[in-house]
Design a binder for this molecule. Structure first.
Ligand code: NDP
Length: 340
């Protein structure tokens, strides 16, 4: 027996999630049964898509259930295994679906050993080499059909996904890469360290005006993490036949039925400019994980690709980490560290 601390969803948030929507629960874990393993977390991911799972609506991933630990990607160490476990052994560092808790029980067949690569911290597999990284790579290359010479605009550019999109585009020969983010520090990071050609703070003025100024010759690819005013601006600035990877719409995630954030008002431009807008969900492209890791792991290991993490300490602060993510308090990947 061991004691786990878990964050449960106590009620479904209305608008921006409130601390009272969650409870911290302590419970005794049973011994692992046949085919099961106990994993002690080192870190777990909080992600924007989790906000959607807090609503009781049909989607591409089922809603979180009330009064149960929520899940999501985590990295931790196998502490015990039950009978008939051959996939992992005690002491292995593994990726699991045990977010929002400090330890938990998983079917051993659902665990993956963390690749042991010199120069790569295991936590990278929750961010730049995990689902966010794959999202950037698949979205840009497969969904937006990026070609060398393209001028690329990325919104949410200083986040886990966005910070990689611009670097891949530059590495593959983009003519110009522009990002938007929500603070002067993030803008400075994009141009100073990540190699973005230009960036702007979307809070400084209308996105359309700032984008037009940053991309006077238009854009060929827009990687959309935000929706709303950003999508409208990108449509306005797009060149004929531009492609849009519709990855996320975080400006809308806390919308309520009575106060929706306005969407683009210029959709007819999609017709006139013959734009291609491709929505996608990364879990449909898991067959691309191997080639993604093959290409991007060396870039991460030798520092050609830069990435950042914002780390919040302790499962008891996980809700604050999640709220902070939605408020833009993270640069790069937002993570919760467990156990110091
Ligand atoms: P991020 O690390 O980018 O964190 C979210 C960021 O969104 C915040 O840091 C904040 O940065 C920004 N933000 C919050 N509210 C607004 C707003 N109203 N307008 C503009 N920006 C805002 O998260 P991820 O990299 O994990 O995810 C980025 C996007 O990609 C999300 O939309 C997510 O849902 C989507 N996604 C989609 C996947 C798919 O399969 N389609 C898979 C993974 C992610 P700032 O300070 O700049 O405001």
């Amino acid at each position: 027996m061991s004691t786990a601390h878990e964050i449960h969803l106590a009620r479904r948030p209305h608008g921006f999630p409130d601390a009272a929507d969650f409870t911290l629960v302590e419970r005794e874990l049973p011994e692992p049964g046949p085919g099961e393993a106990v994993v002690v977390n080192r870190a777990f991911s909080v992600d924007p898509y989790m906000r959607g799972r807090m609503n009781d609506v049909p989607s591409y991933v089922p809603p979180f259930r009330l009064n149960e630990a929520m899940d999501g990607r985590s990295v931790g160490e196998v502490a015990a295994v039950g009978p008939d476990v051959s996939e992992v052994a005690v002491g292995d560092l593994v990726l699991a679906n045990l977010a929002w808790r400090d330890r938990g029980i998983s079917k051993a067949e659902h665990l993956q050993r963390v690749p042991d690569v010199a120069g790569v911290d295991p936590r990278a597999y929750l961010g730049v080499l995990g689902a966010p990284g794959l999202t950037a790579w698949v979205g840009l290359l497969d969904k937006a059909s990026f070609r060398p010479g393209d001028a690329v605009f990325v919104s949410g550019a200083a986040g886990a996904v966005g910070s990689l999109v611009g670097q891949i585009a530059k590495a593959k020969g983009a003519s110009r890469v522009v990002g938007s983010a929500g603070s002067a520090e993030k803008v400075a990071w994009l141009t100073g360290e990540l190699g973005y050609d230009a960036a702007f703070n979307y809070k400084d003025g209308p996105v359309r005006d700032q984008l037009q100024k940053a991309m006077p010759d238009g854009l060929d690819v827009y990687f959309d993490n935000v929706g709303a005013d950003h999508l409208e601006a990108a449509i306005a600035v797009a060149n004929d036949h531009a492609r849009v990877a519709a990855c996320g719409a975080i400006a809308h995630y806390n919308d309520t039925a009575d106060a929706p954030t306005p969407g683009p008002s210029n959709l007819f431009q999609i017709v006139k400019k013959r734009l291609a807008i491709q929505g996608f969900i990364v879990t449909d492209s898991l067959d691309r994980f191997a080639p993604f890791l093959e290409e991007v792991t060396p870039w991460v290991a030798d520092g050609r690709v830069r990435f950042a993490e914002t780390v919040v300490d302790g499962v008891d602060h996980a809700v604050e980490a999640f709220q902070g993510l939605l408020r833009g308090e993270n640069t790069g990947k937002m993570l919760v560290q467990v156990g110091g």
